[in-house]
Design a protein around this ligand. Structure first.
Ligand SMILES: [Zn+2]
Ligand SMILES: [Zn+2]
Length: 637
């Protein structure tokens, strides 16, 4: 919208050329962290519960243009704003996808951070577990960080913390009771619980002083309790952050959004509003959690046999609805899936889930219960391979196999990129004879985030000078800006930027700085954080597409001649036994390439490997029109 307008008159910030020493990034391995596995912990649930490998989160990012940084060779310009006096706002994630939300505000010598979440990888990142924000700028400036403030406990807002917190100098983390509870659960998994400082804030009373910033809170509704918006006092004016929000006048198990307080904030003059854009394309109002509960109740009452319901573990409000409805239809509840168990345990302990005594029973007991007396709550709405629902649909679950008479409720829509695996689970459920209810209204994106009328109300109440849509792809943020425009905002008051772009604000002007903060995708694979970069990923893609073709040559180091017939190992390229003819010709080709390039007095093995790779690649393509990754190995004896 205003990118054109907002060219800075002259570069304000001091540029400090800096070769990102990403080697410093070698992850300190948290004790007890086992490739995504969790240490068994005390639990009030049954022993022997199955476990999901992935922690689930209600959002997954869609494709992003940005590529991962090749960490070891990547050189990046690093900037510092110390020279500039005005307020800066920058997002390290969350503006080009729904996921990995992280932003920071900077003024003079002080930096404060808002949220630090992860995103799920896209289909072209084989083997990658999570994508986290690039925090190299914050690492470089860690001595100036005054705190990390969390808006709520969803993984796209807190999931990256275990990976980045020590790199950015371990700043204190502030959040509401449930948010900190869910974070601690995660920190414990990484053996970081004792090392990371967390502070539980009371949104009604507390005001934080983080360097020059003063941070106050107000309650909003979302689909997890204890979500708070932020009011940040800066020397240039107030910045209001909505968090992920909706206005729910009949929420479940949490206070109603504090409209009075929001209106009060607006009266005092607001410089900028950062507002959730996820639902900006949906007309009307987001559905109330109470209405979802009613509909769920109807579904449950209609079901004759067992009820299976799959949801996201961090959708605490949804889990409460499921608990309430289960009680109302006089059934017992059992839970399968590690992340679901953990979330229910934490939220229950902190009082955010009201779980009647004796409602939850072990899987073992549940498997022997009458069909019409049991509800099975599980993970797996996105068809994740190891999830409880996927295993039940394939008949691989220890306690439950789906059969005729079962009702299966999928309580959230498919996140882009997961379609194929969800369809497979869907098919398997139907094949097994279940009735499958794909419950649209429970869609996380339409149920948890404000629709257009709520967004407009928020803008009206806060009445900011500048409007910065956040949390969502460009098209969502653009739609959000259109709403502000309809309310009379001029183009130059609407700020649409991408990740890494720096907005500078003062009382009477806004600009987008020319320099950009690094925001390459940092990939988490098992214990490695950021070590999987472009090259590793490209290799994985090549192997996934064409397979591998390994040539093993044994040569005499004196004569430089091939001693035995070249060995060939291939995976994912051709079935070797069925391709004997091809392999035979490949061997002859290898010999001829070798003979052609070898010279008796100078055996340059590196050179031989390169020509073997190239010429055999060509040969195999001519023969098969496939491009496997060719790996020559030469052994001298
Ligand atoms: Zn959220
Ligand atoms: Zn979010």
């Amino acid at each position: 919208m205003n990118e054109n307008k907002s060219k800075p008159e002259k570069p304000v910030a001091k540029m400090t050329a800096y070769h990102a020493s990403l080697d410093n990034f070698s992850p300190k391995r948290p004790e007890g962290q086992q490739n995504g596995q969790r240490r068994p912990r005390g639990s009030f649930f049954a022993k022997g519960q199955s476990s999901d490998r992935r922690v689930q989160t209600p959002v997954r990012h869609t494709q992003s243009q940005r590529r991962p940084n090749q960490q070891n060779g990547g050189r990046q310009e690093m900037v510092s704003f110390k020279a500039s006096k005005n307020l800066k706002i920058c997002h390290l994630g969350g503006l080009e996808m729904v996921g990995k939300n992280m932003a920071f505000l900077e003024h003079g010598n002080d930096i404060m951070i808002v949220d630090a979440g992860f995103a799920f990888p896209s289909d072209d990142m084989p083997g990658v577990d999570y994508v986290i924000p690039d925090v190299s700028y914050l690492t470089e400036n860690r001595s100036r960080i005054r705190g990390l403030v969390l808006t709520h406990g969803h993984m796209d807002h807190i999931g990256a913390i275990p990976y980045i917190i020590e790199k950015i100098g371990n700043p204190t983390i502030y959040g509401t009771n449930l948010t900190i509870g869910l974070l601690k659960e995660k920190l414990e998994e990484f053996g970081l619980a004792k090392r990371v400082k967390t502070v539980v804030i009371n949104p009604e009373k507390d005001q934080l002083k983080l360097g020059i910033f003063k941070v106050g809170f107000y309650r909003v509704n979302h689909n997890i309790p204890d979500t708070v918006g932020l009011v940040i006092d800066t020397p240039d004016g107030k910045v209001v952050h909505t968090a992920d929000f909706k206005f729910d006048l009949t929420p479940i198990n949490e206070p109603v959004v504090d409209l009075g307080k929001i209106a009060e904030i607006g009266k005092n003059g607001v410089l900028a509003l950062l507002m959730d854009s996820t639902g900006a394309r949906n007309s009307g109002y987001a559905i109330s959690e109470s209405e979802i509960k009613q509909n769920l109740g109807e579904l449950f009452r209609k079901a004759k046999g067992r009820i299976f319901i799959a949801s996201f573990s961090t959708l605490i409000s949804r889990i409460q609805q499921i608990i309430d409805v289960t009680v109302s239809v006089n059934r017992k509840l059992t839970i399968t899936g590690r992340s679901m168990l953990a979330a229910v345990e934490v939220a229950g302990k902190l009082g955010y889930l009201k779980v009647p005594q004796d409602l939850i029973i072990t899987l073992q007991r549940a498997s022997k219960y009458p069909d019409d007396k049991i509800v099975i709550l599980s993970t797996g709405t996105q068809g994740e391979d190891a999830s409880a629902l996927t295993r039940m649909s394939r008949g691989e679950h220890k306690f439950f196999k789906i059969r005729r008479g079962d009702t299966v409720v999928l309580s959230s829509s498919i996140i882009p990129g997961n379609e194929r695996s969800v369809v497979e689970v869907y098919d398997n459920l139907l094949r097994a004879g279940a009735k499958v209810v794909d419950y649209r209204q429970m869609d996380i994106h339409t149920s948890g985030h404000a629709h257009q009328e709520e967004l407009k109300t928020m803008i009206r109440l806060i009445n900011p000078k500048y409007f910065i849509p956040v949390h969502g792809n460009r098209y969502m943020r653009q739609a959000n800006a259109e709403l502000a425009k309809a309310l009379g905002y001029e183009e130059d008051k609407l700020i649409i930027v991408d990740d890494g772009e720096v907005v500078e604000l003062s009382k009477d002007k806004s600009s987008v700085l020319k320099l950009r903060i690094p925001t390459s995708l940092v990939l988490v694979d098992g214990l490695g954080v950021g070590d999987v970069g472009n090259i590793v990923l490209r290799d994985r893609q090549a192997m996934a597409e064409g397979g591998i073709f390994v040539i093993i040559l044994t040569i005499d180091h004196r004569s430089g001649e091939i001693i035995t017939s070249p060995d060939i190992i291939s995976r994912g390229f051709v079935y070797m036994r069925a391709a004997e003819n091809l392999i035979h010709r490949a061997r002859a080709e290898i010999r001829s390439i070798f003979k052609h390039h070898i010279s008796r007095n100078n055996v340059d093995l590196q050179y031989i490997k390169t020509v073997l790779r190239e010429e055999m690649g060509e040969f195999l393509y001519e023969e098969t029109k496939r491009r496997p990754m060719v790996i020559p190995v030469i052994i001298e004896v």
